[in-house]
Design a binder for this molecule. Structure first.
Ligand SMILES: Cc1ncc(COP(=O)(O)O)c(C=O)c1O
Length: 361
């Protein structure tokens, strides 16, 4: 059986260093906001090409606090892709703002920059883009639109650690890059974790307070904050894995090449473009008989996933939230997409096995 993911196997190469770090942290007796968090923040900011990084509790909190930092008036509009994971949209709702869903480009699955301008109104205050599946959005146009219209730009980088557009890393284009280190991510912790990256000293200081009850000095609260701190243990584990992030990404990119070269052309494969350095958090294909294909693969010892089976606008949680209800591009993607195994622990032989099964469908 080729598993879709196995977190024990994925983390196996790091076990020894994790154990050493675990002992170091528990013996230090310092578990919240200490040197492990600081070291990770500095290393991850440097990795991403950002001036600052603030470790937080998870990706959803990162996105929520990024928006909160701007104190937008309630009801202001935030542009977001219609095919994202629900967390991106929830962060907008968490801040009493209005999500305005914009359709993706069917070739890249990322927000269609051409459609952003059509969706702008006087109430638009921010654009929240998502580098989905590990491919950066086409940032030139998006940055230009945000600059021209004086809009805040927040990047949801939960699936794009180390991904690049024209040589520049995800998370370094906008006012904030928001990361999730959920265990399955390319840079995954052993529990929940996240970060916000920024080049602005003012925003860095604000988020550093906001994650810690709005406090810089203990028991003195400047703003109404959250308890959303990255903990020392997760930071220590993340520092271990960060050293191998490029190796993880290279491995996944190599497996993606095998798929793209080996799979027959009945499957719509991820777009390849030299401007984009993709890190394949997810390797998806599309096929009109997706459900049948998934079942066929399951019967032939290959486990797959669907990212995602139900688009955000069809979720019960979104009832009454969105004005527009028709998102045909998003519908098409959700009905046809299938994610193939592409973990750090998979071998080239594993992928060849999947390719052979796929090609006999
Ligand atoms: C695109 C996207 N945004 C946000 C999140 C939320 O991150 P977290 O689960 O750490 O809250 C995730 C992953 O879970 C994600 O895939």
């Amino acid at each position: 059986m080729i598993e879709y993911e196995n977190l024990a196997k994925l983390n196996q190469p790091f076990f020894k260093e994790y154990q050493e770090k675990y002992l170091e942290v528990i013996e230090s007796g310092w578990f919240i906001l200490g040197k492990q968090v600081k070291n990770f923040e500095e290393a991850f900011a440097a990795y991403c090409g950002s001036k600052y990084c603030v470790g937080v509790a998870n990706g959803l909190d990162a996105l929520t606090m990024a928006l909160k930092a701007f104190d937008f008036p309630a009801g202001s509009e935030v542009i977001v892709p219609s095919n994202t994971y629900i967390a991106t949209i929830l962060s907008i709702l968490n801040c009493n703002l209005k999500p305005v869903l914009v359709e993706p480009d069917l070739k890249t699955y990322n927000i269609d920059p051409g459609k952003i301008e059509e969706a702008l109104t006087k109430k638009t205050v921010a654009v929240m883009i998502v580098h989905l599946y590990g491919k950066c959005c086409a940032m030139d146009n998006i940055v230009k639109i945000c600059n021209n219209h004086n809009l805040t730009l927040i990047e949801d980088c939960a699936q794009a650690h180390g991904a690049k557009y024209k040589g520049k890393k995800a998370g370094s284009f906008g006012d904030f890059g928001a990361f999730s280190f959920y265990p399955t991510k390319n840079l995954g912790a052993l529990g929940d974790a996240g970060s916000l990256n920024t080049d602005s000293e003012t925003l860095f200081k604000k988020i550093s307070m906001m994650r810690n009850y709005g406090s810089e000095k203990k028991y003195y609260n400047e703003i109404a904050g959250f308890n959303s701190r990255l903990d020392e243990l997760q930071a220590a584990f993340l520092s271990v894995k960060l050293k191998s992030l490029d190796q993880i990404n290279t491995h996944k990119r190599n497996l993606a090449v095998l798929y793209s070269q080996g799979l027959k052309n009945d499957f719509i494969k991820p777009a390849v473009d030299p401007d984009f350095f993709d890190v394949f958090h997810i390797y998806n294909i599309r096929h009109p008989k997706r459900d049948e294909l998934k079942e066929y693969l399951q019967k032939h010892d290959v486990k797959t996933e669907i990212h995602y089976p139900l688009p955000p606008h069809r979720q019960k949680a979104m009832a009454g939230v969105l004005v527009k209800q028709e998102y045909p591009v998003s519908e098409e993607i959700h009905a046809t997409t299938l994610s193939l195994p592409i973990s750090f622990f998979h071998s080239e032989n594993d992928i060849q096995f999947v390719i052979d099964k796929m090609n006999s469908f």
